[in-house]
Design a protein around this ligand. Structure first.
Ligand code: HDE
Length: 715
């Protein structure tokens, strides 16, 4: 056997498949010391039926390594999925920053992105109602820059001091470790109901933003205000945004819960499959730029991470594109070991005094020490800078670098003074010299105390169906809270956001909206505080609505990568199937056939292959459903309860459903017997071209949410 393993890995599917197996391809099995193994099936024993021998170094090495395969999962954001990609700038931002990847339009900067949920454990479901992490590592020529953001632009708390409390409250309760990956429990609502500063973010997490259809269809935000710093040392405040090219879309809450059972890897799989099939996910990087002179011109504080800068006040300029084009080769080595840190910045990017950001600047290195176990985590391949690393840091667990020479100190003459400090002109990082003239205090600025205006702005900006989803989300969560006094406190906070919201939630709970905020509403204030300063208040914000906050206003112009279920059985009409399939595929959708069994299914002419049966498929895993005609096929489907459930459920979740030819008859067996056609329920006997056109239009609209109020269907 020879080593044939040196061919360069490309990006084709075959290369990827090879890459997944190449570890052992054409190689002998060896121990970690390189000794070839002759028997990987049996341990060394004293006789065939005798005891195992301690001498068996092969068994001991294998088992010892296995025993230590797990590392501590992330305390937050444990569940995630990652991908490699590139970032390309449209126009230079050199007026504002000297960061090379934001000024040089000829550059293509490599990135690694990890998406995550926050509260659940590493094995938890992707579809929990939760914030999603959106962390991007840019491997720039000047060093690593991490934009460690979320898919929600604000945060629950204003000061890092509260983070452990927040996380302890949302994680499973300590006595019984229930519930997994869910905020619908006593301790979370107890905490947030006592922390009015969380009101804005909680509203976002009760919105459809917290149950995305796909990682590829959600926005990302840097959350904090950062600084850009240009060659002249001038600083400009910046908010970072990621805008998905596929638009922002969510699933229905009932659907999310069912997906969690049918395919807990739904988001992870979706990302993986899109990249494998060449449908590379894309986002545009947006920046909101604010002159230093304008720092105090807003009715909120730029340093307060519970506030957005509405896009109507400061437009988002799109400055570049992120494309994810390669799946990791190994989940553990890359996605699990990647170590993000908001403090990984490059010259041209700097921090503000946002007290949440300031705390994060400590936390992330610290967490890597316990998670990855060594200060050398930067040497793990996924974390390595492509800019050369030279310093006098030495040794530590699992050190990879073999430093040469005798000097590991500075100043030195024995090493010729190397490595030497860089002048600013040579790219040396120098912190923005912000002037501070202040007393050392444990305190918070009064400009942080408007907790409700932007929550009201968010609520007012939602479409009717989005508001209804928010009402139902609060009602769901609070129905799972056991203590009436906690529910009452939440209703008090909701009435400070919007009276109709509070009333609607109260009616689901069979409670009254309290007259006013419960006192003392805020236990979370310092012991000796001037209470009036911490009194939550409302400052009228300029715009009553911000259209950019509603997902209803997102891009809806394509069905690219959408998954369409074709339900059929023996005898389905071949012409109807192929015509509609062709039209959908030409528009970029993915068609999958579901039949009573998998394998080849005879059609009116020829056969088609069913990828799934009703045992493995479910409507919640698809964006839309098509049923071709064919008498015997329709008769079989009518007798199949899972086919009926499939269509009822797709309707309930407001998906596009199309039926051609005599498939119309199928509806009589479902709960849709008397359903009227709507833009997403397309029943067409003859004209397949028109059917396909209407179907594609309906899928591109994502959902017919209006159905939820007009016609309720059991499923
Ligand atoms: Fe994090 N956060 N965080 N966070 N965070 C972590 O770092 C922390 C916050 C975010 O895919 C941890 O490596 C503190 C805001 C993402 O690997 C930890 C505070 C935002 C990820 C940590 C915050 C984030 C993390 C856990 C308040 C949005 C996953 C493991 C002061 C802007 C990154 C780790 C990945 C991960 C601490 C608040 C985003 C413990 C102390 C605000 C996307 O260090």
């Amino acid at each position: 056997m020879t080593k044939k393993n040196s061919q360069k890995k490309g990006n084709s599917k075959e290369d990827k498949l090879l890459a997944h197996t190449e570890d052992g391809k054409d190689q002998f099995l060896t121990t970690n010391q390189g000794v070839r193994v002759n028997d990987n099936q049996n341990s060394l024993k004293a006789g065939e039926r005798g005891p195992s021998l301690l001498e068996d170094f092969i068994l001991r090495e294998k088992i010892t390594h296995f025993d230590h395969e797990r590392i501590p999962e992330r305390i937050v954001h444990a569940r995630g999925a990652g991908a490699h990609g590139v970032f390309k700038l449209y126009d230079s931002l050199s007026k504002y920053t000297k960061a090379g990847f934001l000024t040089d339009t000829a550059r293509e900067t490599s990135v690694f992105v990890r998406f995550s949920t926050v509260a659940g454990s590493r094995g938890s479901t992707d579809l929990a109602r939760d914030v999603r992490g959106f962390a991007v590592k840019f491997y720039t020529d000047e060093g690593v820059f991490d934009l460690v953001g979320n898919n929600i632009p604000v945060f629950f708390i204003q000061d890092a001091m509260k983070f452990p409390d927040l996380i302890h409250a949302v994680k499973p309760e300590p006595h019984n470790e229930i519930p997994q990956a869910a905020s619908a429990h006593d301790t979370f609502w107890d905490f947030v109901s006592l922390m009015p500063e969380s009101a804005h973010m909680v509203l976002w997490t009760m919105s459809d933003r917290a149950i995305p259809r796909s990682f590829r269809m959600m926005e990302g935000f840097g959350v904090h205000t950062f600084r850009l710093v240009n060659e002249e040392g001038k600083s400009t405040f910046v908010k970072f945004h990621w805008k998905p090219l596929l638009g922002m879309h969510s699933v229905a809450w009932d659907e999310a819960q069912k997906i969690s059972g049918r395919d807990p890897d739904f988001h992870r799989r979706d990302l993986w499959e899109a990249i494998e099939s060449g449908d590379f996910p894309e986002w545009e990087l947006g920046v909101q730029l604010i002159d230093e002179a304008d720092e105090h011109k807003f009715p909120f504080d730029l340093l307060d991470p519970t506030k957005i800068v509405p896009e109507e006040l400061v437009p988002v300029q799109k400055v570049g594109k992120l494309t994810l084009n390669r799946n990791p080769d190994n989940f553990f080595a890359e996605t699990e070991q990647v170590a993000f840190h908001p403090g990984h910045v490059v010259p041209g990017i700097d921090f503000t005094n946002d007290p949440l950001l300031q705390g994060r600047l400590f936390s992330y290195t610290d967490t890597q020490l316990s998670r990855l176990g060594s200060p050398n985590f930067h040497e793990i391949p996924i974390n390595r800078s492509i800019a050369p690393v030279h310093n006098n840091q030495r040794d530590g667990h699992m050190r990879q670098t073999i430093n040469k020479g005798v000097t590991s100190y500075q100043p030195n003459s024995l090493g010729g003074g190397c490595p030497y400090q860089a002048m600013i002109a040579d790219g040396g990082f120098s912190s923005y010299p912000e002037r501070i003239d202040a007393n050392k205090v444990r305190d918070r600025s009064e400009s942080f105390s408007d907790h409700f205006s932007q929550a009201t702005l968010f609520y007012n900006s939602q479409s009717a169906y989005e508001q209804q989803h928010i009402i139902e989300a609060y009602s769901f969560e609070l129905s799972k809270v056991n203590y009436p006094h906690i529910r009452k406190r939440v209703l008090g906070l909701l009435s400070a956001i919007d009276k109709s919201l509070a009333t609607a939630v109260a009616s689901y709970l069979g409670m009254e909206v309290p007259e006013e905020l419960e006192k003392p509403i805020n236990e979370g204030i310092p012991a000796d505080a001037d209470k009036s300063k911490y009194e939550p208040r409302q400052v009228k914000q300029k715009s009553a609505t911000s259209p950019a906050l509603s997902m209803a206003n997102t891009i809806k112009d394509s069905i690219a990568t959408r998954k369409i279920a074709f339900l059929l059985a023996n005898g389905a009409d071949a012409d109807e199937l192929t015509t509609v399939k062709k039209a959908l595929e030409e528009a970029g959708a993915v068609v999958e056939v579901i039949a009573p069994r998998i394998g080849d299914i005879p059609l009116s002419e020829g056969t088609t292959t069913a990828k799934h049966s009703f045992l493995t498929a479910s409507s919640v895993l698809f964006d839309a459903v098509f049923i071709p005609g064919g008498k015997s096929s329709i008769e079989s489907l009518k007798a199949e309860p899972d086919a009926l459930l499939f269509v009822n459920e797709a309707y309930r979740h407001c998906k596009a459903i199309a039926l051609s030819g005599d498939a119309k008859d199928f509806l009589s067996a479902t709960s849709l017997a008397n359903a009227k056609e709507d833009p997403g329920l397309i029943v067409q006997q003859n004209d397949l071209g028109t059917l396909a056109k209407h179907f594609i239009k309906a899928i591109s609209q994502h959902r017919v949410w209006e159905r939820e109020t007009k016609r309720k269907v059991p499923a």
